[in-house]
Design a protein around this ligand. Structure first.
Ligand SMILES: [Zn+2]
Length: 96
């Protein structure tokens, strides 16, 4: 679609009446308004970082979590972040 503009490496913005929506770059699945937190509609895999695999992570505090966000439409990996349990999602907003 020609009206798509990049939001991140995996997500595009599309113009809609009254604003912009976010869509998965791989399949076009809607991820909600660009003014909302798209991570709330993504499929979330959250587990202790020490279980992520690889000896470099084994010594990390089990309270430190690895969050992986996937497209609910096609399963493409959209983003990752680390956080402590109960912390809100990290929100990146792109303007312009
Ligand atoms: Zn997708």
């Amino acid at each position: 679609m020609s009206d798509r503009r990049p939001y991140s490496a995996t997500i595009d913005r599309v113009a809609v009446p009254g604003g912009e929506d976010l869509v998965c770059r791989s399949c076009g699945h809607g991820l909600g308004s660009a003014d909302a937190v798209w991570k709330e509609v993504a499929r979330l895999d959250e587990r202790p970082l020490c279980e992520a695999g690889g000896s470099v992570f084994e010594a990390t505090d089990p309270k430190l979590l690895l969050r992986r966000f996937y497209c609910p439409g096609c399963g493409a990996a959209l983003d990752t972040e680390t956080a402590l349990e109960g912390e809100p999602f990290l929100v990146d907003r792109v303007r312009g």
